[in-house]
Design a protein around this ligand. Structure first.
Ligand code: TRP
Length: 335
């Protein structure tokens, strides 16, 4: 990452440690991360600081952060080559976030739709952290001069804010931050709820039949797919008024690489029973190696700790350089 002659694109993304990831996280983010890690210098983090904007019991937060980190290792993101770490291990994130708070406007942060949604959902705990969440996210991105940030639709507004803050800061103090570009993932990667296919699949859905978690055993995955909501047409085709079938076709396509035309042809004249059985088998085959790898890594705490501490060291080296530059420009007395 240091050698200018070999300078490659820096790709950065983080995942919150708020629960066991779902197949939606996998196809929406993780699988792309894995593919991008082949060609770019990548920085992947577990956003455990963001996770405390909602109340957690300490033991849960600790366990979930470690488990999420182990998922990143299980994906094969190659921690020797890329930077894979936990956000809270690098104090520069909080430090830069404070400084950036002073370059973001109250009005801008108030317009964030996720803040509005979450403050409605957690009306009993609308803490200031929830409000400044996107500023911490801007710090995550700007510390590492990321070129590209793969995010889902729900994070696009936050990324836009990070760009605005970077441009504003650069405008005042001269070129300091690289202005990140969004990375638009491949089509069809957005996985919806199996029970209410108008909604995004969510690991916090109270109805556990609505999502497939990456730890679900084979038979549970198959059962959930078989009880997925479809429609009464009984024809496998991708169409505007068939969100349930579209979603299953997307899953099947993500697992097999087949496009929608090929899938329609494969299931022409066959009912949903056959189709669901095929989707279930494809998903089970796709997830099994990943789940086994996660189980294996989870038994090797020493390996997890070694990767996390080396990842944090590499991240901090880069983060400290950016933070020092920023502090100098802002005018902090440095000795
Ligand atoms: N807010 C993001 C989410 O909920 C997670 C995140 C934190 C992130 N920091 C980031 C994503 C930096 C991309 C870049 O999904």
């Amino acid at each position: 990452m240091e050698n200018a002659a070999e300078k490659r694109n820096v790709v950065l993304s983080f995942v919150q440690s708020s629960g066991t990831p779902t197949i939606g996280n996998y196809f929406g983010a993780f699988k792309n991360w894995h593919d991008m890690a082949v060609e770019n210098d990548c920085i992947f983090g577990v956003a455990d600081l963001h996770a405390i904007t909602v109340r957690n019991t300490p033991a849960d937060l600790r366990r979930r952060s470690m488990e999420m980190y182990a998922w990143l290792l299980a994906l094969g993101l190659e921690p020797e080559k890329n930077i894979v770490f936990l956000q809270s291990h690098v104090p520069e994130h909080s430090q830069l976030a404070w400084i950036l708070n002073c370059y973001a406007q109250f009005g801008e942060a108030s317009r964030m739709t996720q803040f509005k949604d979450k403050s409605r959902q957690h009306a009993d705990n609308v803490n200031v952290g929830l409000f400044t969440y996107p500023i911490l996210m801007a710090a995550d991105i700007l510390l590492y001069n990321a070129d590209q940030v793969p995010v889902g639709d729900d994070q696009r507004q936050h990324l836009e804010l990070a760009r605005d803050i970077a441009e504003r800061f650069n405008g005042i103090y001269g070129e300091t931050f690289r202005v990140p570009a969004p990375y638009i993932g491949k089509k069809g990667a957005k996985i919806l709820s199996l029970q209410e296919p108008e909604k995004k699949m969510s690991k916090s859905d109270p109805n556990t039949k609505a999502f497939i978690s990456l730890t679900d055993p084979d038979d549970v995955i198959a059962k959930k797919i078989k009880s997925a909501v479809t429609d009464s047409e009984a024809t496998v085709r991708y169409a505007g008024n068939k969100p349930g079938v579209n979603n299953l076709m997307t899953l099947y396509s993500c697992c097999t690489g087949k496009d929608f035309d090929a899938i329609e042809a494969e299931f022409a004249g066959r009912g949903y029973g056959d189709f669901k059985a095929a989707v279930a088998e494809a998903v089970v085959e796709e997830l099994r190696p990943l789940r086994n790898e996660h189980e294996r890594i989870m038994k090797d705490k020493a390996y997890i700790e070694k990767c996390a501490s080396e990842g944090a060291q590499k991240a901090e080296y880069l983060a400290r350089r950016t933070l020092r530059k920023v502090m100098k420009k802002v005018g902090f007395y440095q000795v």
